[in-house]
Ligand binder design. Sequence first.
Ligand code: C2E
Ligand code: MG
Ligand code: MG
Length: 556
Amino acid sequence: MDGKSIFGKNAYFYDRNSEPQKIERLLNFGIQQLGLGTIFVDDKGKCVYANRLAFSMFHSDESLVGLHGSFMDWMRKLGIDPTAATWCRIFEHNGKERLYKVRNRQLIDDVGKALGRLYTIQNLSEMVDNGTGDQYRLTHDELTHLYNRQGFNEATKKLLSTTDKVYLLLYSNIKDFKLFNQLFGLEKGNDILLNIGEILAQRVKEEDVYARINGDHFALCMPKEHFDEKQFKKAVKEITGKVTSNAYSIHMQIGIYEIKDPTMDVTLMCDRAYMACKSIKRDGICEIAWYSDEMLVNALLEKEILSSFDFAIINRQFGIYLQPQVYADGRVYGAEALARWMHPENGLIQPGVFIDVLERADLIYKLDRYIWELAAMQLYQWKGTERGNISISVNVSPKDIYYLDINKEFGNLIRKYDIDPGLLDIEITETAVTSDVNKCAKLILELQKSGFRVEIDDFGSGYSSLNMLKDINADVLKIDMGFLRKTENQKRALVILNYTIDMAHELGMKVVTEGVETKDQLDYLVEMGCELFQGFYFDKPMPVSDFEAKYKGGKI
Ligand code: C2E
Ligand code: MG
Ligand code: MG
């Protein structure tokens, strides 16, 4: 018999003139010397080979069936999935702590047929004995037994120092996982994390490093050449599918950083991938975003905004610009107070830059309170003058409703500045209202009882605009022209606009159209019966002094 027929064409470097039995003996001897417990299981799941070390590690009798059975039992007891690629576990045996690392490879022949599995088991118990078991605990996550942040950092650093390939760092987040824990309990949450950890361990390749960094965040460092976005999404969907039930579904967000400088601190790489992750706004089962330097600039800006915000409030760096709300003939009716940050170094900063950041950081209520007070002070200053009947409207962020007693806040301002509540209008965005219709309906009623006028801001920008109106009894509907601009079906959009204006009137609301930019728009809005306008066609938001210079008298 020639050697080829036993070993196949994968065994390249053997002497074809030697007897196959001799080669077999040599290979066997070699495997005994490797210092790794070795177990081969064939494609039918039958154990066909094990070296002596494997026997001594699992204290089995001399039969392969017995060894295989106790090995599988051992894995089961420790909660190890027999298909997982690598596992490291501390366990107790005869009152002593042991540490084994298991590697599991599926063996596939040249034509892709599964031949079986090879398990190698490394005995690292010495690490435990000489005190480095603590080292294991330092670098591994207790729940999933994957690397933790420190283990990931060390392993990734080592990996990147030994390769020329381009690597990617992937960082995942489970959307609303905190909420999931609250709804279903920590134990269920842990189950999900364990499941994800196990499936991850099965899927990765040998050269990949992966970890649970903390909470619901997993990280993976893999060669770029192995990453196929479509395949990856499919795999993630399979993973989430396995842990999804009727009651909930898991939405994975994944940020990817392409490692340009392998010597960079791994924590920074993770930060960048996480930055990409946080930029995801869409809500699919698996959403992926790649890091770009622009994100870093935004994140730095966000940090800067948050760190200087309190100082800016105390030092009165925030002010208001006023944008007139006018009748069709240009006579002023009121003005909207819009926040501006007069930054000592960076100049005038628009709300588009800081409102979102403050909302995300749950700080917006501080700014809003301040802006409301500025508006109240302005009304106080106009009191008894020719501008005494110009109203000012202020914005209420959706989050204010949860952080502040809005009616009380405005009531206090009215008393403090002794002003007419009918002149301080309160804008609540449509999205705030739809987020909690009952709460908002109650609030709006209270505010109206206190004499305030309530406006629904940005009407038409959300999805359930009309539905909301049956429960909400506001005084003014502010329709945003922006939502008309986005459409190609201008004609149909105009029909909707026309009916919206009619409907608002039927429901006893005034209509302000925002974002009017052209004479043409003004003309058809007048034709449709809209009575009030706010937009660049008339004026942009301006400093209070400019507003005062231009608009003397108030409404009739
Ligand atoms: P908003 O409340 O809908 O305010 C109207 C925004 O539309 C203003 O932008 C205004 O400059 C802009 N605008 C007005 N007319 C036109 C026009 O004809 N064309 C175009 N393209 N835009 C027009 P601004 O001042 O940048 O404010 C943006 C948003 O920031 C506001 O939208 C509001 O949601 C928020 N915001 C501003 N100040 C505050 C505040 O004090 N508190 C809170 N919570 N949000 C604020
Ligand atoms: Mg507004
Ligand atoms: Mg608006």
